[in-house]
Design a protein around this ligand. Structure first.
Ligand SMILES: [Zn+2]
Length: 290
């Protein structure tokens, strides 16, 4: 047994498991004379740590298998990942990364199916500077008021600047969407459905109002544009015009998703982001393939 001491809380841990799973502890206990010279508690070698007892309590639940890293809630995941990263518990760290990939997938289709509030997990990505998940995390954080998120970036001024740059780029998605494409709807349309003429201009006003509403507060264009892909509730808008809006919304979402790493000034594209990350965030797990 080994006794780890965090904030005066004693954790008795199996020596063999500790050195099997953690490179740092394996090195620590392999140093000649280390054990004999260090503190002893109840006849076991003891190590004082600078971590919080809370972090270790959360970590040990995963370490001893009563919880799986791949299904942790954000608050617990944050603690577990702190310990796993610092002491290089690689298997548990990988489990934490798998969990983060469920929250921040790198394809738009998977992203659309995430039903968990992403904000608490985004803080973890920033804390550990996990580049692989950074575009998705910064996108999530950019949707919130800066006054609310700014504390997350303490000691990370460079990432905060990237967040601000990305916020502007996200708002610009709307502007671009309207100015480049929607004027087409204003030009009128001669189609008739069941004797009713297509009122393309009404469609224009419907969409432009929806966009305006979305730009207040949580302007989440990737999510909001999905409604324009899926539902076409405009009365008397012909199938051709509906399909056109749907296609434009779909293309915009696809293109902007591809551009996400660039919007936040993180990398030119997902591929370059992967290279920059060098597997640091996400060892041995297949990366997004464009
Ligand atoms: Zn039409």
């Amino acid at each position: 047994m080994v006794v780890l001491i965090a904030e005066n809380v004693h954790f008795r841990i199996h020596h063999d498991l500790l050195i099997r799973d953690s490179t740092i502890f394996a090195d620590m206990f392999s140093l000649p004379g280390e054990e004999s010279s260090s503190e002893m508690v109840d006849g076991h070698p003891a190590v004082r740590l600078s971590d919080t007892a809370e972090d270790w309590t959360a970590f040990l639940k995963v370490f001893y298998g009563s919880k799986s890293a791949t299904s942790l809630q954000a608050e617990v995941l944050q603690k577990v990942l702190r310990v796993a990263s610092k002491y290089m518990f690689d298997t548990i760290r990988k489990g934490c990364m798998r969990r983060l990939e469920q929250i921040f997938p790198s394809t738009l289709t998977e992203w659309d199916n995430v039903n968990i509030p992403q904000f608490p997990y985004a803080q973890i990505v920033v804390e550990h500077e996990l580049l692989y998940f950074m575009p998705q995390a910064l996108y999530t954080l950019a949707l919130l008021a800066p006054g609310f998120t700014i504390l997350i970036f303490i000691d990370k001024p460079e990432l905060l600047v990237k967040l601000f740059v990305g916020r502007d780029a996200i708002v610009a998605i709307w502007t671009e969407f309207i100015s480049n494409n929607f004027t087409a709807l204003m030009d009128g349309c001669n189609e008739e459905t069941d004797g009713e003429a297509c009122v393309a201009f009404r469609g224009f006003w419907y969409y432009v109002t929806e966009v305006g509403r979305s730009m207040e507060g949580r302007h989440a264009p990737l999510q909001a544009l999905k409604r324009f892909v899926d539902d076409m509730p405009v009365e008397n808008l012909c199938a051709k015009c509906s399909a056109r809006v749907s296609r434009i919304a779909k293309d915009t979402r696809r293109l902007k998703w591809q551009a996400l790493p660039k919007m936040f000034n993180l990398a030119k594209n997902w591929q370059e982001l992967k290279q920059k990350d060098g597997g640091k965030s996400f060892k041995s797990i297949p990366f997004y393939n464009p």
